[in-house]
Each structure stands twice: as C-alpha cells, then as structure tokens.
Design a protein around this ligand. Sequence first.
Ligand code: HEM
Length: 383
Amino acid sequence: MAPIFYNPLDPEVHADPYPHYRMLRKEDPVHLSPLGFWVLTGYEDVATLVRDPRLGHELQGPMEGASMLFRDPPAHTRLRSLVSKAFTPRMLERLRPRIREIVDARLARARETGYLDVIADLAFPVPATVISEMLGLPVEDHEQLRRWSGALTRTLDPVMSPDDMGGIASASVAFSTYLSDKLSERRSRPGEDLLTALLAAEQEGDRLTPVELFSTVELLFVAGHETTTNLIGNGFLALLRNPSQLRRLREDPALLRTGIEELLRYDSPVQLLIRTVKEPISVRGRRLARGDSVLLLVAAANRDPAVFRDPDVLDVGRPEGRHLSFGGGIHFCLGSALARMEGQIAIGALISLFDEFEFDPDPLRWREHINLRGLESLPVRAA
Ligand code: HEM
C-alpha cells in the first residue's frame, strides 16, 4: 500500500477532503507529515488537545503585537477581555433586527429576478456588513477589505506558495495604511463602535499597545466575515445536495437551531487549528517534542464515527455530539453566538422565501484557502 500522507494541495482532496480525512483517522490518527508537522484527526484527541496548555503559541516568549488568537495567557486573557463585552448574548440580541434587515435587503433583488449567487449576494455581504457596522468601518469599503482579508487569511494555512506570501505582505501594508486613516478619523470623532472602545483602551496605556490595537481590529474584521460567509455558503450547498434535509428545515423552522449546528459539523468553515508544542506530550504512544507544530483537524474530528453516528450523512435534526467547528478551550470562538445568529437568519430567510432551487453543481469552484474552506460562488435559480 502506498504510504499515507496529509496532502491538502491535491485538487481532489481540495474539492472534497473528507475521504482523505477518513483514511488518515483510520490508518494514522497521529500522523507525522513529511512537511514536518503533526496532523491529528480523531475527535477525542482533537477535543482533548485543544484544551491542553502544553500546546500554545508563544514558545519563545511573548509575541509582541500579535492578536489574541496567537497569544497565550496572560496576554490572551487581557486582549480577549477588551472585546468580549461586545459579544455578550444581550448585545447580540440587540443586533438581531438589524441582521434581519440586512438579509431582507440582500434578498430583494433575487425575489424579482429569481436568480442569486448565494456567495456574492448573501453569504459575503451579510456578515461583512454586520462586522463593519460593529467596528465602525464604512460599509462601502467591503470589496476592498475583502480582497485584503482574502490574502491575510492565507496566513492560517499550513502551507503556502511564495506568491501567497507576497500577497500577504502587500495586503498587510495596505490594510495597515487604511486602518491608521480610519483610526485617526475616529480619534477626532468618537462613535459608539468597537473602534472607539479599543482606542479608549489604547489611550489608557497598559491595556492595549498601538500594534495590538491594529491586530485586534484586523482579527475581528477577518474572523467576523470570512468564516461566516463559508458557513452560509458551505451550509446552503450541503442543503442543495440533500433536498430532503432542506425540506425538513423549511417545514419545521424550529429545526434551524440544530440544523445550523449540523451544517457547521458537516462542512466546517474552519478546517483546522494550528498549535506549537510548548512542553513534550504523548499522544497514542507517539511523542510530540517541544517546538513541534500540530494541526488539529476539527473538520476531520467532526466526522469521527466514534462520536457521530453515520458521520457522512447530513441530518438537520442530529441530536448527538458536539462539533468542534468553533474550536475549544481558551480560544473558543468569540463570535460563535453572532455567527450562529447570522447563519440561522440568512439560511432561514432563503429557504422560506423560495419553494424551489435549481443549481448547476458542475463545476463548483472552491477558494484556494486550505483552512478557511469556502466557495468562490454558488449561483442558483430560485422560484
Ligand atoms: C461560522 C463562523 C465562524 C467560525 C466557524 C469560527 C471559528 C473559529 C475558530 C475555530 C476559532 C478558534 C481558533 C483557534 O483556536 O486557533 C475562532 C476564534 C475566534 N473567532 Fe471565530 N468563527 C466564526 C465566526 C466569528 C465571528 C462572526 C467573529 C467575530 C465577529 C469571530 C471572532 C473570533 C475571534 C476574535 C477569535 C479568537 C478568539 C481567541 O483567540 O480567544 N468568529 N473562531
């Protein structure tokens, strides 16, 4: 038998990584890739290790200026507490009517024409508008911000080409210039938004450095839309491919809550988490040494038959198990409640507005990203 190795760049794997994950989980659940990192695919291992403080980010000491996502405590705790107030259930309930409005406005044209690109017309603009409004960034700047964000999110991939790295560097410079303009505007004209709140924290000195202010805004913007776009896009694609499940959701909207969880499990918008080993650790008899990189494949763990019965079947009423699509432990997604709300409203509106959808599944175009898995476009006719 040919040796198994994790190869996310193979076009077939990129189009549908799940058979590849199944094989890895079965044959080599603690896999050492020839590229030098560990790849873990079993639910139990991923769920346990994501909470283990022996894995982290700051091996050589503090990563000055990086966002909370790449920091360990105590910096992580400090940075996360500065923005967590904006994501409490009470704050989010206040956003609900506005999210409905944005979704309705986005579907108005489709209602007339009977045609929409689920990505360009709904899945991208809805979360992008919501996070821009929360931060206080002009909604008109979306398209530009999306291009930068598309490049910046490649940093979350386990492997990238020199071209990608060039793209990341220039997007990073352009985004910084843009953001410093916006921040100085906001300094002179404070608002009710997160940008203003973060500026106030920075002015107090010991809570947020100027570089951390940047990385926090960048993280919120990028994490706030790219992932949710993929929840709506991948989720709706899964429903188109499983019409009986789409019908169930339409006939019983109370199922939307478990339905969104199932869509998150079934085709996870974030495929993997990256960590560094800070203290040696043994997993299933294999020794992970200090300094090793580890990929925790949440998308593979979400299909583990030890936890989910018939894991490759989409079941919007699935009762059992907890998917790992929002991660776990101290970095558990800060925006999970917001993402769920956006997903429920967007997909709920789409399936209640139309009785029938027709899509041409071939060829589906997936974005190049390995970690943030999502479609370039998803054109459908709706009646
Ligand atoms: C379906 C949509 C989303 C998915 C699947 C998702 C997934 C994730 C995952 C897996 C992590 C953990 C990463 C790690 O441990 O390495 C994470 C962290 C994070 N997410 Fe989300 N996310 C989504 C939406 C959002 C939204 C809407 C926001 C904010 C507006 C957001 C903000 C964040 C932040 C700030 C972190 C870092 C938390 C920390 O380091 O403590 N996410 N997200």
